[in-house]
Design a protein around this ligand. Sequence first.
Ligand code: ADP
Length: 215
Amino acid sequence: MFLLLAKKKGSASGTFSICAPRFRATLLNMRVDLNGKAIRLVQDDITRVQMDAIANAANRALVGGGGVDGAIHRVGGPSLMAELNIIRAREGGCPTGSAVATTAGLLPARYVFHAVGPIYRDGNANEAELLASCYRSCLQLAEQRAVRRISFPSISTGVYGYPLDKAAPIALQAVYGHLMEQQHTVEEVTFVLFDERTYRAYERALQAKTLAEWR
Ligand code: ADP
């Protein structure tokens, strides 16, 4: 039921480690197969990775910001903000834990799902549920659009200050729960993690999750 395909470059197969890089020589990646579906981790820039849909870490006002949001708007072009302006005028923005969809402009995808992660305070302000809800909201938008492959950045772990080692298992659990439900169309979820520190946190969390499922 649960097959791990992470391999070390040049090694035989089967153990937890890092796959041979697919995109550029220095990049890390890992893949876990789940009943014909998959969770992937890659270290890369999310604006460069071809997908059906890309999730963004946006803010409640949907006004654009720095970090991954800035990169997505820069590469996607002005059509994204034009669509967000219409959504903002209609709905006043997007609540924390939820997401709205636009088309993807010049990005290598059909859609962008702008999710609003929680600002981390002390862990007692419902942050974990709100963070999980971001991922679930994007996956719901994906299902409504028959998306098969979607990428996520590490939502809330930049400017919003969510500790990486707490955020990574929440993100992975939300995605895992979705992929394990048979009726869904999403087949492959890729976490595109910008730096090695973030990648390693997700790698640790995915290995722990995989080992827990095997027991
Ligand atoms: P938040 O406000 O939700 O914390 P940030 O954009 O500040 O969002 O950071 C979220 C994560 O996105 C961080 O791990 C940051 O390093 C990462 N990030 C920034 N630029 C990119 C990019 N181009 N591709 C993928 N991840 C990115």
